[in-house]
Write a protein that binds this ligand. Structure first.
Ligand code: GLA
Ligand code: ZN
Length: 662
C-alpha cells in the first residue's frame, strides 16, 4: 500500500533533503507528491528548463525507497509567462481580470496558455519518461478551486459559441430551447450569443445551465490536453488528479473518465467549512462521492496531518484523531494515503497550514502518530489489497440537477446536496454502505436507488430508471422530479413529466413552505414536519403511505409508492423531518431486503466494510470523544493485535479496529 506525503523540496535547503527522506522512511512513507507548483523553478525563463534540483530530490528519495508522483505545475503559471501574455489571466463576470499573485490564474480556454501547457508538460514527460522512480503523474492541482471553473473572457465567449453550435446545430434550435422569445433575447446568429457576464438582473436559466456545462467541459478538455501528451510520451506511468470531495462546479464523472484513478483532498477538521460539514457522516459521504466518480477505489492525495490555516487557523488534531480519519478514508475505498504536507512552510500564503512536522522540522506527536499508522498499514495493507466496497444501495447525484437547483433554488437557501445528505445520513447511521452514482450508471446491481432532487431528466435517464424498476428495482425520488427538461425549461406535460406513469400520481398543486409556516405530516404512527416544499398529491395507481395533517392539506398524500413492472417507485413530496425519513427508509430497506452488518455499535461508531472474494474487512471507527462499545456475535480477527475477539468490545475515544472474518 502506498503511504506518503506532499513534499516541497524547493522550499527547503538541499542539505535538509537527506534528513527528510530518512525521517520519511522511518515513518513508513514510500511515496511523495512533488512539484505541482514549481513551474518557476523548473522553467525560470521561457525555454530554460532546470530539472537538476528535482532530479536530485528524486534520487535522494529513491535511495530511501520512496517513489514519486509528479505534478504538472500548471496551477501556478510563472510571472514571466503572465508578463509576456497577460491575456492568459481569467476574467470574472464583472469583466475584471483576476491578476497575478496567488494561484490558478489562467483561463482553461486560452489558446496561448494551452500552448505553454503543452510545452512544459512535454518537457517534463520527456525528461522523466525513463525514470522508474516516477510512477505517476498528477495533473495540475484541484481544478476549479478558488472559484476558477468559470471564466468570462473573450476566448471563453468564442469557445462557448462553438460549443453551442456543436450541441444545437442551428440557432433557431437554441432559441427554441432557451426560450429566448422571453424578454426579446432572440439571437439571430452564433456570433451574437453571449456569455452570462453581469447583466441588469438574472440571466435566462437555460443559458446559465449551458454555461456551467460548457465551463465544466472546458476543464475536462484542458485536462485531456495534458493527458494526451503524457499517455503518448510516458505510456507506462499512471495519471491522476486531486479532486475536492463535494465540490460541485465540475462534472466529476466526466473529469474522472480520462484518468487511471482519481485522488482527493480530505481535510475533516478545517477552519473554512461549516461545522456541520465536518461531521463524520459528511466526510464519509465525500469519500463515497469520490469512489462513485469512477466506480472504483481512489487515493487520498492530501490527508490532513495538522491544523489548517491561511490567515485564520483551525484547531490542533487531538491524539488519535488523524489516525481515525485515515482509517475512515481507507474504509471507504482509499488505496493510498498521502498527507498534506510533510512540513509546515515558513513563508507564503500557507504558512499556517501545518503538516506532519512543524516549521522547525522536529518530529513530534503528529510525526509519531504518522509513524504508528505507517507500521499498522504494513500489516493491513497487504491483506486489503484488491478489496472493494460493495453496496446494495445507491444514491444518484447528478451535476446537471445540482446546477439547475443552484440556478433556481426554489426556496431561498435550498441546496440540492443538503437533501441528499439527509437521506445519506440514514444509511450512515445504520452502517449501510451506499454508492453515489450518476443517473446514467447501470442500476441493475442495486436493491434500492434513491434520486432526491431529480428535477431534470432526459430520455436516457428516464429509460434507465424505468428499466430498473420494471425489472424489480426499488426507486425513491422526491418533489420536483421530472418537472424540467434537460435544457432547464419547464416541461409542458403535467408535473413529473416522463416519470408520471412510474410514480402513479398526479401533482395537484405545490408550494414552497415559508419559514414561519408549520406543516405536519404523518407516516404510520409517526408525526413529523414537512420542510422547504410541499406537493399536494392525488394517487392514480399509487398507494398512499404518508399524509399531511395541517391546514387545507390535511388528509392529502405526501408520500406514496407505486408498483411498476416488478418493482416499486416511492415518491416523497417534501423534505420530511429526520424521524419520518427514518421510518420511511426503515420500511423501504426492509421491504427490499437491504442487508445490515452483524456488528452492532454505539451511536457515533462507524462500521464500514471492504470485501475481497470471501474475505471481509470491517473498519470500526469510534468518532466519540468517549469510550464506546461494539458487540460482535462471532469471533473475528483483530488484525492489529492478531487476536480473535468476540462479544462486547470497548474502543477508546477516537479508537479504531480493523477486523477480519477469517
Ligand atoms: C488544497 C491544495 C493544496 C494546499 C492545501 C492547503 O487542498 O490542493 O495545494 O493549498 O489546500 O491550503
Ligand atoms: Zn476565459
Amino acid at each position: 500500500m502506498f503511504y506518503g506525503a506532499d513534499y516541497y523540496p524547493e522550499h527547503w535547503p538541499e542539505e535538509r533533503w537527506e534528513t527528510d527522506a530518512h525521517l520519511m522512511k522511518e515513518a513508513g512513507i514510500n511515496v511523495v507528491r512533488l512539484a505541482e507548483f514549481a513551474w518557476a523553478k523548473l522553467e525560470p525563463d521561457e525555454g530554460l528548463y532546470d530539472f537538476s534540483w528535482l532530479d536530485k530530490a528524486i534520487s535522494i528519495l529513491a535511495r530511501h525507497g520512496i517513489k514519486v508522483i509528479l505534478g504538472t505545475p500548471t496551477a501556478a503559471p510563472p510571472k514571466w509567462l503572465i508578463d509576456k501574455h497577460p491575456e492568459i489571466l481569467p476574467v470574472d463576470n464583472d469583466g475584471y481580470v483576476k491578476g497575478f499573485g496567488s494561484r490558478r490564474h489562467y483561463c482553461y480556454n486560452n489558446p496561448v496558455y494551452r500552448q505553454y501547457t503543452k510545452k512544459i508538460v512535454t518537457a517534463m514527460a520527456e525528461h522523466y519518461k525513463s525514470n522508474s522512480n516516477v510512477i505517476c503523474w498528477h495533473i495540475d492541482n484541484e481544478f476549479g478551486c478558488h472559484d476558477t471553473t468559470v471564466c468570462y473572457c473573450d476566448n471563453c465567449l468564442e469557445e462557448f459559441r462553438k460549443w453551442l453550435k456543436e450541441r444545437y446545430g442551428n440557432i433557431n434550435k437554441l432559441n427554441q430551447s432557451w426560450g429566448t422569445v422571453f424578454w426579446s433575447q432572440i439571437y439571430k446568429d452564433w456570433d451574437s450569443v453571449i456569455v452570462p457576464r453581469k447583466a441588469v438582473t438574472s440571466h435566462n436559466p437555460s443559458l446559465l445551465l449551458d454555461y456551467k456545462r460548457f465551463s465544466s467541459d472546458s476543464v475536462v478538455k484542458y485536462q485531456k490536453l495534458q493527458i494526451d501528451i503524457l499517455r503518448e510520451v510516458t505510456p507506462d506511468k499512471k495519471i491522476t488528479h486531486n479532486f475536492m470531495g463535494l465540490f460541485n462546479q465540475i462534472d466529476y464523472y466526466q473529469l474522472a473518465k480520462d484518468l487511471d484513478f482519481i485522488s482527493w483532498d480530505n481535510y475533516p477538521i478545517n477552519h473554512f467549512s461549516d461545522k456541520s460539514d465536518q461531521i463524520a457522516a459528511n466526510i464519509a459521504l465525500s469519500h463515497d462521492v469520490m469512489r462513485g466518480v469512477k466506480k472504483k477505489n481512489f487515493w487520498v492525495m492530501e490527508q490532513q496531518s495538522g491544523p489548517t490555516g491561511w490567515e485564520e487557523m483551525g484547531r490542533q488534531l487531538k491524539p488519535g484523531e488523524m489516525r481515525l480519519w485515515v482509517y475512515q478514508s481507507i474504509a471507504h475505498g482509499a488505496d493510498a494515503i498521502v498527507y498534506f504536507r510533510w512540513r509546515a512552510c515558513t513563508f507564503g500564503t500557507e504558512e499556517y497550514w501545518h503538516g506532519i512536522l512543524d516549521h522547525d522540522g522536529v518530529p513530534r506527536r503528529r510525526y509519531h502518530e504518522v509513524k504508528q499508522i505507517g507500521q499498522e498499514l504494513q500489516k493491513i495493507g497487504p491483506l486489503i489489497e484488491g478489496s472493494e466496497i460493495k453496496a446494495e444501495v445507491a444514491i444518484i447525484r447528478s451535476f446537471d440537477n445540482e446546477w439547475a437547483f443552484e440556478i433556481q433554488p426554489h426556496k431561498r437557501g435550498f441546496k440540492y446536496m443538503e437533501q441528499i445528505k439527509k437521506y445519506y445520513k440514514y444509511f450512515y447511521s445504520r452502517n449501510i454502505p451506499v454508492d453515489i452514482i450518476s443517473p446514467e450508471d447501470d442500476l441493475s446491481g442495486y436493491k434500492l436507488v434513491l434520486a432526491p432532487g431529480l428535477i431534470m431528466v432526459n430520455e436516457k435517464i428516464t429509460d434507465n430508471i424505468k428499466n430498473y424498476v420494471r425489472g424489480g428495482g426499488t426507486f425513491l425520488t422526491t418533489w420536483r422530479a421530472g418537472a424540467k427538461r434537460w435544457d432547464n425549461r419547464m416541461n409542458d406535460q403535467s408535473l413529473l413529466g416522463p416519470l408520471k406513469d412510474l410514480l402513479g400520481i398526479d401533482i395537484e398543486e405545490y408550494s414552497i413552505i415559508p419559514d414561519d409556516e408549520n406543516i405536519n405530516i404523518i407516516f404510520g404512527d409517526n408525526e413529523g414536519t414537512a420542510n422547504v416544499w410541499f406537493d399536494v398529491i392525488s394517487p392514480v395507481t399509487a398507494e398512499v403511505l404518508g399524509e399531511y395533517k395541517s391546514d387545507y392539506l390535511a388528509g392529502k398524500a405526501v408520500i406514496t409508492v407505486n408498483k411498476y413492472g416488478m418493482g416499486n417507485a416511492y415518491y416523497v413530496g417534501t423534505i420530511p423531518s429526520d424521524g419520518i425519513i427514518k421510518e420511511l427508509l426503515d420500511k423501504v430497506t426492509e421491504k427490499c431486503n437491504v442487508s445490515v452488518t452483524e456488528i452492532k455499535g454505539d451511536e457515533g461508531i462507524e462500521i464500514f466494510r471492504r470485501i475481497k472474494g470471501a474475505d471481509e474487512f470491517y473498519f470500526v471507527l469510534n468518532f466519540n470523544r468517549k469510550p464506546s462499545t461494539i458487540i460482535i456475535d462471532k469471533p473475528m480477527m483483530d488484525i492489529l493485535t492478531g487476536k480473535y475477539i468476540n462479544g462486547e468490545i470497548t474502543l477508546e475515544p477516537f479508537g479504531i479496529k480493523v477486523l477480519s472474518n477469517k
